[in-house]
Design a binder for this molecule. Structure first.
Ligand code: 4AD
Length: 492
C-alpha cells in the first residue's frame, strides 16, 4: 500500500514512507504526507493544516500539537499559507473531525512557499470562466481536480472494457492527408524548420515578411497534410486484419463554433469491428457506456458526491439510469415525426422549427428527444444519405434514401456518439465518392480494403470530453480537458 521508492531511506523522524491521502489508514507507523496546503488554523497550543495531495478530494487534516513537534516545525508554521507545498510526517490516527482519520504530525517542512498576495487562487469559490484563464493552476481547485480524476478513471475504464472484450488498441496517425468526415474542417500542417534555409523558400508572415524558418508547405510530406479529424479510416484498415480494434487519441476540428459542446482539439474513442453491422456497433457502444459509467460510480464516489452537490443534483440518478436501463432505439424517420408533432404545438418555442426528412438535427432537437420524449439515452439510426459521410453503408431496405448510421443522444449533452456500418462494396463506394467530388486516387489505400478480402464492418466514435461532461455534470466542455483549444484560445 505504501508508495516507497527503492531509493528512499528507512523511516526516521524526518523521513518516512509516503502515503497518498486516498490510501491513508490508521496505523502505528510513521508516514509522510506530501501535498499542498488548503487551510492553516493556528491556536494557542496547536495548529491544524489541511493538506491535499491530489489523490482524492478530502486530503488530510494534519494536527500539530506544539509540545509534540520538533522546534523547526514550530518556526515553519509561521510560513505556511494557502497554496504552499509541504512535507509532513506523523501517524495516522482516529479523528473526531469531518474525516475518520487525521495525521498526528511530529514534523512538518515547507517545500515551496506560496506568496498569498500573488497566488491567483483565493480560498473563495472562483467562477469556471476565471479558472480557464489560469488553466495551469486550476487543477489545484476541488472542481478541476475532481474532473481530472474522473477523466482518468473513465480513460482507464474504456481501455479495460475494450481490451477485456478482445479489442486491440491501435494508434493511428495525427498527421494525415485525408479528410475522413469530408466536412473540410481540417487544420493544415506546415513547418517552420530552421534547417535548409538556403535551399528552400523562406516562410513568410501574412504581410509577406520573411520568417526565420522554411515553409515546406506541401514539400515536406509530398502533399498537403492536415491534423486528423478522426482515426476511423486507419482504424478500418486494422479492423480488417485484426478483427476488433480501437483508437483512443486526440482529434482536431477547425469548426468555428463557440459552444459548450465543441472543442478544436478533443479526444475520441473509436472502436471498429470486422464482420459487424450497425446493430453490433450500437450494442457495443451501449455495453461500453454502461460498463464505464458503472466503474465511475464504483470508484469515484467522493468526486461524484461533490458534482451532485455543486453542479447537478440529479447526477447519480441519471448515471444509475444509464447504467441500468436499456437505451431507446428510434429511427431517424420516427424521430422527425415526433419532432414535427411537438413543434406544431408551439413553433415559437423553437430556435429551428423547420424540421423535415433531411434536416441535420440541432442540439435543441437532440436534447428534446433524449430529455423530454424518451427521458433516456437514445440511438437515432438510419439517417438520410445526403447529410452523412461518404463511407457509410447504404441501407438496403429503403430505396437508397438512408444509410446505416447512428448517433447516440443523451440527456444533458445531446450527441455523445456517432457511428455507422461502413460501405464494404468497392463499386458502390467509388460511385459515392465520385458523386461527392472526392478524389478517388487519394483514397487508393482505403479502397484496397474493398479489393482484398472485403468484409462488412462497423464502428463508432465516442467524444471523450462529452462523456466527461455527461458523467460530471460540468456544463462546459472547456472544463472537461486540461488545456481547452477553441477559436481564440491556445494559451498554455
Ligand atoms: O460524429 P463524428 O463526427 O464521427 C466521426 O468522426 C466518425 N469518424 C467516428 C467513427 O465512426 N469512428 O464524431 C464522433 C463524436 C461525436 O458524437 C461527438 O461526441 C464528438 O465525437 N465530437 C466532438 N467533441 C468535441 N468537440 C467537437 N468539435 C466534436 N466533434 C465531434
Amino acid at each position: 500500500q505504501l508508495h516507497m521508492s527503492s531509493t528512499e531511506a528507512a523511516p526516521t523522524a524526518l523521513s518516512a514512507p509516503r502515503v497518498k491521502t486516498s490510501e491513508a489508514k490508521i496505523s502505528d507507523e510513521l508516514v509522510s504526507i506530501k501535498g499542498w496546503v488548503k487551510t492553516v488554523r493556528k491556536q494557542k497550543t496547536l495548529a491544524f493544516v489541511e493538506v491535499n495531495d491530489g489523490s482524492n478530494m478530502s486530503g488530510i487534516q494534519c494536527v500539530l500539537p506544539f509540545d509534540q513537534v520538533d522546534e523547526a516545525t514550530i518556526a515553519e508554521i509561521e510560513n505556511l499559507t494557502t497554496g504552499c507545498s509541504v512535507h509532513a510526517i506523523g501517524k495516522i490516527v482516529e479523528s473526531q473531525g469531518k474525516q475518520a482519520f487525521e495525521l498526528s504530525a511530529t514534523s512538518l517542512r515547507l517545500v515551496g512557499s506560496c506568496p498569498g498576495e500573488t497566488f491567483p487562487l483565493a480560498k473563495k469559490r472562483h467562477s469556471l470562466e476565471y479558472l480557464r484563464t489560469i488553466a495551469h493552476l486550476r487543477p489545484r481547485t476541488n472542481t478541476i481536480a475532481a474532473v481530472a480524476r474522473v477523466r482518468s478513471t473513465l480513460a482507464g475504464s474504456i481501455h479495460s472494457f475494450l481490451q477485456n472484450h478482445g479489442f486491440q488498441y491501435v494508434q493511428t496517425p495525427l498527421i494525415t492527408a485525408s479528410d475522413c468526415e469530408g466536412a473540410g474542417e481540417m487544420f493544415r500542417v506546415t513547418t517552420l524548420n530552421t534547417d535548409d534555409v538556403a535551399s528552400l523558400p523562406r516562410a513568410k508572415d501574412k504581410d509577406g515578411k520573411e520568417l526565420p524558418g522554411v515553409d515546406y508547405g506541401e514539400d515536406f510530406f509530398g502533399k498537403a497534410a492536415f491534423l486528423t479529424v478522426s482515426g476511423q479510416l486507419g482504424g478500418e484498415t486494422y479492423a480488417c486484419a485484426l478483427g476488433d480494434v480501437y483508437t483512443f487519441g486526440p482529434t482536431f476540428r477547425a469548426e468555428n463554433s463557440q459552444t459548450t459542446r465543441h472543442l478544436a482539439e478533443f479526444w475520441m474513442v473509436e472502436p471498429e469491428m470486422a464482420f459487424a453491422d450497425l446493430t453490433s456497433a450500437m450494442n457495443n457502444a451501449e455495453s461500453m457506456l454502461k460498463a464505464v459509467v458503472g466503474d465511475v460510480l464504483d470508484k469515484c464516489d467522493e468526486d461524484l458526491e461533490f458534482f451532485a452537490k455543486f453542479f447537478d443534483k440529479g447526477l447519480k440518478d441519471r448515471l444509475l439510469k444509464l447504467r441500468d436501463k436499456p437505451f431507446v432505439r428510434c429511427s431517424y424517420r420516427d424521430a422527425i415525426g415526433y419532432l414535427q408533432e411537438e413543434i406544431a404545438k408551439d413553433p415559437s418555442k423553437w430556435q429551428f422549427p423547420d424540421v423535415e426528412f433531411g434536416t441535420d438535427l440541432a442540439t435543441e432537437h437532440e436534447r428534446w428527444l433524449a430529455e423530454t420524449k424518451f427521458e433516456s439515452a437514445v440511438f437515432v439510426y438510419n439517417y438520410p444519405k445526403k447529410i452523412k459521410a461518404f463511407y457509410m453503408r447504404d441501407n438496403d431496405e429503403d430505396g437508397g434514401e438512408t444509410v446505416n448510421a447512428m448517433d447516440l443522444l443523451v440527456p444533458g449533452v445531446g450527441e455523445l456518439v456517432g457511428g455507422s456500418q461502413r460501405e464494404e462494396r468497392l463499386d458502390v463506394l467509388v460511385e459515392k465518392m465520385k458523386e461527392l467530388d472526392l478524389d478517388v486516387d487519394d483514397y487508393w489505400w482505403y479502397l484496397d480494403l474493398r479489393r482484398f478480402g472485403s468484409v462488412p464492418h462497423a464502428g463508432y466514435g465516442l467524444g471523450f470530453e462529452r462523456l466527461v461532461t455527461y458523467v460530471t455534470g460540468i456544463e462546459n466542455i472547456r472544463d472537461a480537458i486540461a488545456y481547452p483549444r477553441y477559436p481564440g484560445n491556445a494559451e498554455f
